[in-house]
Design a protein around this ligand. Structure first.
Ligand code: MSP
Length: 508
């Protein structure tokens, strides 16, 4: 039986178009999903849109449209972006999908019947942009939300509460396990939200209508976060007629479940979501990978702050792989990162054009010139030292990717690229040819071809389109390599080099 992997992104608010901050989370999920597929896992990759709540209701009103009409274009734009960015999700969930709405009602009822939800009233400051009641430490001295910068509204209303306060010990246990990554985020959560005492969470609202009404009291709609978090299981068919995907990708303890979330929503995913699952008697995900923000001029890139960069324009000009590479390589998940056109250009030129692109074009030119593009595939004619070096890189790459450390894993491959470029300088194949040392020349060229194949294969989850071109140019079928044969190249046949294509041309 193949191993299984379930990966999810947060579902995005369609209150505007997506920017590269959103593309960041989804690209990381797509890369990990593709990596697991190359390791032979059966995978399921979920993304979608979070369509209820006060913010969407207000945006639709501003546009003078019914919410569902307002949403149509926005969702079409989401899907266009994912397609352009080569995001291959298994399912796109909308929280307005009927099956989701019906299941959220059932989840609410189950928790109510278990005594984990009760009725009360609530007074607090609510940030519409974040769809969240704010604690004192989430508010600036001038009374604004620290994250969105907006003025919170004073809300006083009847509400149902989820008895999250009863799960203090449980939340502590979750946050002292290896569930939340990176590790330093665990302490942050414990210190800021658990140790001061978890307060019961208000889970319904009455002052707006755009949400899922509860059967027991239809003037209440389910609070957007409870509705939204449930998507991770409703999408798989939880509590529905056909729950085979849910059984396979959630309940099976053998399935590795990874959820991704940006730092401002880690709290919901690391405290409230595990409590909801526990309340429902369901298993927990293996890991939550929390990541930092993409900053633009030192502040979070966000629609409400108006400093966003449009990913579509970047993809149209430089291709999806260039953006995927910048996200994966230059924006490690354990801290905030910057996006500027200068940084983007610098990284592309240094790593993709000068290192990888140059290596491929030099090597392929020499194979064409000296061997008419075909080296044969005698396995013995390989430089053992270089092959050992490559095998060590493969092992390191796998180890890091298995810990979701994508940018460190890419570093290993880029280093191998540099070592290989240096190998060309050291061996100076042009001299070997001049001196008539053709056997030696062949060993060098076969070795180079192997190295490039390995590099192309390892980078394939990131460079979706270019890795195919790179492998074809090596004379390989794109699906001929896998983690079983990559170290020995057993039974792999190199054909004549594919048609030459210029890849990773320097950005001027
Ligand atoms: N709808 C909620 C999530 C519900 S999940 C059950 C939400 N939506 S969002 O559209 O505001 O944000 C979705 C994700 O995008 C979050 O993980 C957030 O951190 C990420 N990003 C939004 N702007 C970002 C940056 N500037 N940089 C990196 N990621 C950021 O929250």
């Amino acid at each position: 039986m193949p191993k299984k992997f379930y990966v999810t992104t947060p579902i995005y608010y369609p209150s505007g178009n997506l920017h590269i901050g959103h593309a960041y989370t989804t690209t990381l999920a797509d890369i990990l999903n593709r990596y697991k597929q190359t390791k032979g896992y059966e995978t399921f990759f979920l993304t979608g849109s979070d369509e209820h709540g006060q913010k969407i209701e207000e945006k639709a009103k501003e546009a003078n449209q019914e919410p569902m009409v307002y949403l149509e274009d926005k969702i079409a734009n989401f899907k266009t972006l994912w397609e352009k960015l080569d995001i291959k999700y298994s399912k796109f969930i909308r929280t307005t999908d009927d099956y989701h709405e019906q299941t959220v009602k059932k989840i609410f009822t189950t928790l109510l019947e278990k005594g984990l939800i009760f009725k009360g009233d609530y007074e607090g400051l609510y940030c519409v942009s974040c769809e969240e009641f704010l604690n004192a430490d989430q508010i600036t001295e001038d009374g604004n939300c620290k994250i969105s910068g907006g003025k919170p509204q004073l809300v006083k209303e009847d509400t149902y509460f989820l008895k999250t306060s009863a799960f203090q010990d449980f939340a502590t246990k979750v946050l002292t396990s290896d569930f939340l990554l990176p590790e330093y985020r665990r302490n942050e959560m414990l210190k800021n939200f658990v140790e001061p005492g978890i307060k019961d969470l208000s889970v319904t609202r009455t002052t707006f209508k755009w949400g899922i009404p509860i059967d027991q009291d239809p003037s209440h709609v389910v609070y957007v976060w409870i509705d939204a978090l449930s998507n991770y299981i409703t999408a798989l068919g939880y509590d529905q007629n056909d729950d085979s995907l849910f059984k396979k990708f959630w309940q099976d303890p053998e399935t590795e479940i990874l959820q991704l979330a940006g730092k401002e929503i880690i709290r919901f995913h690391a405290i409230y979501w595990p409590i909801m699952l526990e309340g429902l008697g369901l298993r927990q995900p293996n890991h939550l990978l929390g990541h930092g923000w993409i900053l633009s001029k030192d502040t979070k890139m966000s629609k409400s702050l108006g400093n966003v960069i449009d990913p579509i324009a970047l993809i149209d000009e430089f291709g999806a792989d260039a953006l995927r590479f910048y996200i994966a390589n230059d924006l490690p998940t354990d801290k905030d990162g910057n996006f500027t056109m200068d940084l983007f250009t610098e990284s592309f030129n240094a790593h993709l054009a000068n290192n990888i692109g140059n290596l491929i074009s030099r090597t392929n030119n020499m194979i064409t010139k000296y061997f008419d593009g075909h080296l044969g595939d005698d396995l013995n004619l390989v430089d053992k030292i270089m092959l050992d070096e490559a095998n060590k890189s493969i092992e390191k790459f796998e180890l890091l990717m298995d810990q979701y450390k994508i940018s460190e894993a890419i570093r290993v491959v880029l280093d191998l690229g540099q070592t290989t470029n240096k190998y060309i300088e050291d061996k100076a194949p042009w001299n070997l040819e001049k001196e008539g040392k053709l056997e030696e020349l062949k060993v060098v060229m076969i070795t180079l071809q192997r190295m490039i194949s390995i590099i192309s294969f390892l980078l394939s989850p990131i460079l979706v389109k270019n890795s195919e071109i790179m492998l074809e140019q090596c004379g390989l079928k794109t699906d001929s390599l896998n983690f079983d044969n990559i170290k020995t190249f057993e039974n792999i046949k190199f054909n004549k080099l594919g048609e030459k294509a210029v890849i990773f041309q320097r950005i001027k």
